[in-house]
Design a protein around this ligand. Structure first.
Ligand code: NAD
Ligand code: ZN
Length: 356
């Protein structure tokens, strides 16, 4: 069976295209529904961006802080806040921010029409009811969250996405201008998430011509962005690299780095981009040439990765990291093939973590 995969319905791309959001939402507004719910990264609070967001009477703007990555508890409380406003269903959810805010917007749009807690839906295809209309407006490039069918959340037991066709955005607004304020360090870490998506897709056993086409182009763009001089086009390229990297893994899978990084960030609370970089640096055995190239990129951008992160972890913490990492069956299978369990034992995972 081949996956019949759900893609984002509509996409607008180009510098300044945020101005079109008003017209796009206009088509969705009607007298029966409630207003739009805007989830916005609080890094923009007090800056010029909020005044460019088409908020009308009856809409709600909810600021979200992403110092910690999104949790199922955050999603549940946002849903409660939205529902406490009245019985009318909201007309749509619009997420303005990096991967964290986009994932929150996806999860909230799913949970507004499905009972229980977001934690009940962490996994694959557990969502039964269609989500409400939702729009992603990325302000940071790299995760591919704008195009993926997952809303990654830290839950009570593990960090795992709500993987569902209903998570996929109905519309995305890709305006490279919105990334202008990202710090160089964050741009690098989230950009490397994209680079690593490409490496893991292109080296995986699930690879096919579809994933290869997107992955190779995204990889080329990452190289143009991170191995050449920075130009005004760099942010445009990085935004498309993110999209294409996401498309590549949508029809294949990520691999060793992401499996280990999920465990690491679950226990240490590390953000996805930096967590991936720490893990990737220890994966010469699996992706030798790419790890070399990655180190060149780190050098060019003056990035020195944190070291010895696991040196003082307890036995319990190691066990939790290992459990979370080894529960990512599809990632391991993509990376190492169907007999991955014989190669990736608990001891081997522990050794890899000890090197970080
Ligand atoms: P992020 O959204 O966590 O943001 C990182 C930092 O950058 C935050 O401090 C944020 O406030 C800031 N920021 C964002 N945009 C900015 C801007 N324009 N100017 C200044 N600061 C800005 O970072 P991320 O790397 O984009 O996303 C990481 C999250 O995405 C993790 O939770 C990860 O699990 C998730 N993720 C999801 C997918 C998916 O397919 N759904 C894929 C990869 C990662
Ligand atoms: Zn990633």
């Amino acid at each position: 069976m081949f996956r019949n995969f759900k893609m984002v319905d509509r996409l607008v791309y180009g510098r300044g295209c945020l101005a079109q959001l008003e017209g796009i939402l206009e088509e969705r507004r009607n007298s029966e529904s409630g207003g739009m719910v805007f989830l916005m990264d609080d890094v923009f609070h007090g800056g010029p961006l909020p005044s460019r967001i088409p908020i009308r009477d009856g809409d709600r703007l909810l600021w979200v802080n992403v110092d910690q990555e999104p949790t199922t508890v955050t999603v549940d409380s946002l849903v409660e806040t939205v529902q406490s406003a009245g019985p009318n269903p909201s007309a749509g959810v619009i997420g303005v921010g990096g991967g964290s805010v986009m994932d929150l917007a996806k999860a909230v749009s799913v949970m507004l029409t499905n009972p229980g807690s977001a934690a009940d839906y962490q996994g694959w295809d557990l969502v039964e009811n269609s989500s409400i209309y939702h729009v992603g407006v990325p302000t940071l490039s790299g995760t591919g969250a704008e195009v993926s069918r997952t809303a990654v959340l830290i839950g009570p037991v593990r960090k795992l996405g709500i993987n569902s066709d209903y998570s996929v955005f109905d519309q995305i607004v890709l305006d490279p201008d919105l990334t202008a304020t990202v710090t160089d360090e964050q741009r690098f870490y989230t950009g490397m998430d994209c680079y690593i998506h490409c490496v893991e897709s292109l080296n995986g056993t699930y690879l096919n011509a579809f994933s290869r086409a997107y992955g190779e182009k995204a990889m080329d763009l990452c190289r143009e962005v991170f191995l050449a001089e920075r130009t005004p086009e760099s942010e445009e390229k990085l935004m498309i690299a993110s999209l294409y990297g996401g498309m590549s893994i949508a029809y294949s899978q990520v691999g060793v780095c992401h499996a280990l990084s999920y465990g690491l960030s679950y226990v240490l609370g590390l953000h996805h981009g930096i967590g991936n970089c720490v893990v990737f640096d220890a994966l010469e055995e699996f992706y030798p040439e790419s790890v070399d190239e990655f180190r060149t990129m780190c050098d060019r951008h003056g990035v020195s990765l944190p070291r010895h992160l696991t040196s003082s972890l307890s036995e319990d913490q190691f066990n939790t990291m290992t459990r979370v990492a080894l529960s990512m069956d599809p990632l391991w299978e993509n990376a190492l093939g169907p007999d991955w369990k014989s190669r990736m034992t608990e001891d081997r995972v522990r050794e890899l973590y000890e090197a970080m």
